[in-house]
Design a binder for this molecule. Structure first.
Ligand code: HEC
Ligand code: HEC
Ligand code: HEC
Ligand code: HEC
Ligand code: HEC
Length: 302
């Protein structure tokens, strides 16, 4: 009995730390992309944070839906419609977009289905006016300022700052911004775990675990385990909000100097095109969370 309890506690502890809270319970839901965008209006941020805005605009975070359209399309058309033989729902779409465009949590079911249709149109009818128009709409969805500084700012250590507040800007210091906006310090934002909630293993509302291409596993197992102590932010944000990665030559060159073993691997969604005939698309990737490796027991999935 005691043993069971201990195991449960371990599991609970791990789940508390590593399982991002689903934002799905939100009651505000809107019917158009424009309403969704204006709920988290970021057009004003650049008035005062111009440099950061320009950096971010060049980062992959600013293209996080349009640069992945093909795979999300395959997930919808092949994964959901063909393999699962079911209609697309918001729940399905969140399995990709909770990370690729967190504002989707506030879309109504109707809007979510429309967005799924747009993704299909933008891919299938690429280079036609209809396809271009769909892509233009979809480009409004991204990992924007407020995806990080509000929506996902507290999901690592829930409860630390109390519940998420609408309009609050969470940042690394909570520096006073005068009349511009309220700020609150979120220590989460300075930690690797903040990045890992998206660059790591994701548990959907229905318990399915999904892992997109991610380095968090090797960060934990090959870097931290060998004494590495830098956070993701220290390496990837030392020049600001560009978030350079494997497509940035300077960062790749730096990688040669660092004693860090990075084993990028392209996981299923990115490969689905090549493997579709082999039916290798496994909607439920069974993955072993690093924390459980250290604790030496498996965390049951689901
Ligand atoms: C846990 C959050 C998360 C979920 C869920 C997720 N992704 Fe990703 N995805 C990421 C991150 C983070 C990256 C960038 C990883 C990298 O470059 O190493 C990424 C990268 C990608 C890329 C490569 C992008 C590029 O420009 O080359 C594609 C394609 C992709 N994801 C498709 C999908 C699809 C399809 C789904 C749903 C089945 C999905 N993702 C679900 C976080 C996620
Ligand atoms: C992918 C997540 C992410 C996105 C998107 C993002 N930020 Fe940040 N931002 C961070 C993190 C993490 C930090 C804290 C970095 C640190 O100091 O450890 C930060 C720090 C900041 C700071 C404090 C800078 C300082 O030097 O103290 C400001 C201001 C800021 N961000 C504004 C913005 C604005 C404006 C946007 C949109 C144009 C934006 N951020 C987009 C993650 C993000
Ligand atoms: C009217 C000017 C103004 C606007 C508009 C503005 N900010 Fe700020 N912001 C500030 C000032 C001033 C500070 C205080 C620190 C500094 O000078 O950078 C600040 C600080 C921050 C910080 C750092 C908080 C910390 O932890 O110290 C973040 C993050 C941030 N702003 C994000 C945003 C985002 C996201 C937007 C758009 C939704 C935005 N800001 C719009 C003026 C502004
Ligand atoms: C809300 C989810 C989310 C958060 C939080 C997040 N990212 Fe990302 N990140 C993504 C997605 C999605 C992509 C893939 C964009 C694409 O290529 O289409 C990405 C792309 C990147 C890339 C570019 C990868 C490449 O292939 O060049 C880097 C580097 C990166 N993120 C680093 C970070 C760091 C560091 C943090 C923490 C400070 C962070 N991210 C936080 C979702 C997130
Ligand atoms: C010690 C410095 C360092 C740390 C710590 C670090 N990275 Fe990196 N990261 C790099 C370098 C250098 C590269 C480029 C390596 C390459 O592609 O050759 C890179 C590449 C990436 C890429 C692009 C991978 C791709 O497929 O193109 C992503 C995404 C990323 N890192 C995210 C993260 C996240 C998330 C964390 C924290 C969990 C993290 N990194 C921790 C240095 C670091």
């Amino acid at each position: 009995m005691r043993k069971t309890r201990l195991l449960l506690l371990l599991f609970f502890g791990a789940a508390l730390i590593w399982r991002p809270i689903s934002l799905q319970a939100m009651d505000t839901e809107v019917d158009t992309i424009d309403e969704l965008v204006s709920m988290f209006d970021e057009s004003t941020c650049m008035d005062c944070h111009e440099e950061i805005h320009n950096q971010w605009a060049q980062s992959w975070h600013a293209q996080s839906v349009v640069s992945s359209l093909g795979s999300i399309h395959n997930f919808i058309e092949i994964g959901i419609k063909k393999e699962w033989e079911t209609e697309v729902t918001k729940g399905h779409l969140l399995k990709c977009l909770d990370c690729h465009a967190p504002v989707i949590n506030f879309a109504s079911e109707k809007l979510a289905v429309e967005i799924a249709d747009m993704i299909v149109t933008a891919t299938k009818e690429k280079d036609t006016p209809a396809g271009e128009a769909a892509k233009k709409e979809l480009a409004k969805l991204k990992v924007g300022c407020l995806s990080c500084h509000n929506l996902k700012a507290l999901t690592v250590a829930p409860g630390w700052n109390g519940p998420r507040e609408e309009g609050m800007i969470y940042g690394p210091h909570g520096e006073d911004a005068g009349d511009a906006h309220e700020t609150l310090e979120s220590i989460d934002m300075t930690r690797a775990a903040f990045c890992m909630q998206c660059h790591g293993i994701y548990t959907a509302a229905d318990g399915e675990t999904i892992q997109c291409n991610t380095l968090s596993g090797s960060y934990q197992n090959a870097y931290v385990a060998k004494g590495g102590s830098k956070t993701c932010q220290e390496c990837h944000m030392d020049k600001g909000h560009y978030f350079p990665g494997g497509r940035d030559l300077d960062t790749v060159k730096q990688g040669i100097g660092f004693d860090v073993q990075i084993n990028p691997y392209r996981h299923l969604p990115g490969q689905i095109k090549d493997v579709k005939d082999e039916k290798q698309w496994v909607p439920s990737a069974v993955v072993t969370v690093f924390i459980e490796n250290r604790a030496g027991h498996r965390i049951p999935d689901g």
